[in-house]
Design a binder for this molecule. Structure first.
Ligand code: SF4
Ligand code: SF4
Length: 495
């Protein structure tokens, strides 16, 4: 039976409930009265902020007003996804853009993945690291190699990493992951530093999650791959990952272990997207119902070509248009959750999705073990094909030219603003006084230390312009002073 508060996977991701949701969505996809009601419910409501501040030309995303969204349910969101009326979709896209602007403004957080090891005992049929793949070279970074990779990443300007590793209790035990995290945080090359390490490793025990928490990780990310249990079992025929319930209940164990920022995601293309979409939102509802805090991020990867993987074998692939619809609806359904798009996608697709709700992008990624220290992007141990192959400098410049502020901010994690404390920042209307100056200060660091002359020029102009959009006068002045100090060689300021 469906129960979002249950701790049993089959009950909070309940197949019967998803089937009924899809039926309900299909029956109501032309019910314009209901659709209007759902869109009205999802619309942000702006109220005067108790901590109203000075400043003219106030946008909803900034001061004086605080915004609040009533969260729509997985059933309601599924009705919108089923709708085929172009006019309704114009309204959905507009609403997604408004919510994006309200809660995230024009900032885009940047990160890079770091592959530690591709040893894996699982048999996932869509991933080239599956244990049956005997011709892919197996690699595991030594601590010296981790150091070299991190220096290469720091030299590009990265401050935030997501570490990735296959599941292999012999080659990649938790102690190895913890050692790597320690190494990563310890390296300070020139002005570089990795200030937040997010972790994407296999589902594990509460005890191990506690160890990760103690090691100072940011978000724990685990993709569900698919919420459809039968398909899940077929797609993961062997290895510990075969256990659907253990995998699906991992976020609850992570939270029990003290990690309060968790990141969800499905691999679109494995199953029917409407099923996955409903399951994803049910998972978010479950976390909110049990832990009082929803997912920190949602990633939206699509299946890609890799070593012995042909994406065409999977017949649930989604077009760019459907993908855009999913992203817009995730933005509307979980307005306080960050959304991540990787370099699996092309520049064009990323550009479209940024507008609709994506708040974090990876840049200059190498999806192979040891890839950052190679001159040319190595492909022999890649987990997936990288579509967007630009340098970080190019990605930063591109974002700025589109009107976004590339942000290397990691302040919340370092100030202990995680879980519900982060959510209250998000809901309080203070984001413009916090994320905005933090984005500008971290961008300034990037410009000073790593950017090309051209990027620097675009960036300096942007900072000057955007500084005026910090609503609170005092905050703006502090940010201005800090920017000057960064210009004079000081680093690491934050609100
Ligand atoms: S998806 Fe993860 S668990 Fe599965 S084979 Fe690839 S690395 Fe291993
Ligand atoms: S201040 Fe916090 S929420 Fe805002 S960008 Fe920085 S880390 Fe993210």
């Amino acid at each position: 039976m469906y129960n979002p508060k249950s701790m049993v996977a089959d009950e909070f991701i309940n197949d019967e409930e998803i089937q009924e949701t899809l039926k309900y969505a299909e029956e109501n996809k032309n019910n314009i009265e209901l659709i209007n009601k759902i869109l009205e419910k999802a619309r942000p409501i702006y109220t005067p902020s108790p901590r109203g501040r000075v400043g003219e030309g106030v946008q909803p995303s900034s001061q004086k007003m605080q915004a609040h969204c009533s969260v729509i349910t997985h059933r309601e969101a599924s009705v919108l996804l089923a709708c085929e009326d172009e006019k309704v979709w114009e309204r959905i896209y507009k609403l997604a853009e408004e919510i994006k602007q309200t809660f995230y403004g024009n900032r885009i957080v940047i990160f890079a993945p770091l592959y530690l090891s591709n040893y894996c005992v699982n048999g996932c049929v869509y991933c080239p690291y599956h244990y049956k793949n005997k011709h892919i070279p197996r690699k595991k970074l030594t601590q010296e190699e981790v150091k070299a990779e991190v220096i290469a990443l720091q030299d590009m300007g990265h401050k935030r990493l997501a570490i990735e590793s296959g599941e292999d209790p012999v080659n990649n035990p938790i102690e190895y992951i913890l050692d790597c995290i320690k190494t990563i945080y310890s390296i300070k090359h020139k002005n570089g530093a990795i200030r937040r390490v997010n972790v994407n490793i296999a589902a594990t025990t509460v005890e191990n999650y506690r160890k990760l928490k103690e090691a100072g990780i940011g978000t724990y990310i685990l993709f569900q791959e698919t919420y459809h249990k039968k398909s899940y079992l077929e797609l993961h025929p062997t290895g510990p990952k075969h256990d659907y319930n253990y995998h699906t209940e991992a976020m609850d164990r992570a939270m029990e272990g003290g990690i309060d920022d968790v990141g969800l995601g499905v691999l679109f293309g494995l199953e029917r997207y409407k099923y996955e979409f409903a399951g994803l939102l049910m998972h978010a509802e479950h976390l909110e119902a049990v832990h009082g805090v929803g997912p920190h991020t949602i990633s939206v990867p699509r299946i890609k070509k890799a070593d012995d993987i042909d994406p065409n074998v999977f017949d649930n692939g989604i077009s760019d248009d459907i993908f855009a619809k999913i992203v817009a609806l995730i933005r509307i359904a979980v307005p306080y959750t960050g959304m991540i798009i990787s370099t699996r996608e092309t520049q064009e697709v990323r550009e479209r999705l940024l507008k609709l709700g994506v708040s974090q992008v990876s840049g200059a990624s190498r999806t192979s073990v040891g890839g950052y220290t190679e001159e040319e992007r190595p492909t022999d141990t890649e987990q997936f094909d990288v579509s967007d192959q630009r340098t970080l400098d190019e990605v930063v410049k591109w974002l700025m030219e589109l009107g976004y502020i590339p942000s290397f901010c990691t302040a919340c994690y370092r100030e202990g603003r995680t879980g519900d404390r982060f959510m209250s920042l998000c809901k309080s209307g203070q984001i413009q006084n916090c994320c905005h100056p933090n984005a500008l200060m971290t961008l300034k660091e990037f410009l000073m230390d790593y950017a090309s002359e051209e990027t620097k020029k675009v960036g300096e102009e942007l900072i000057k312009r955007e500084l005026e959009n910090v609503p609170n006068e005092k905050t703006r002045q502090i940010a201005k002073d800090n920017l000057e100090k960064i210009g004079n060689g000081e680093r690491d300021f934050r609100f």
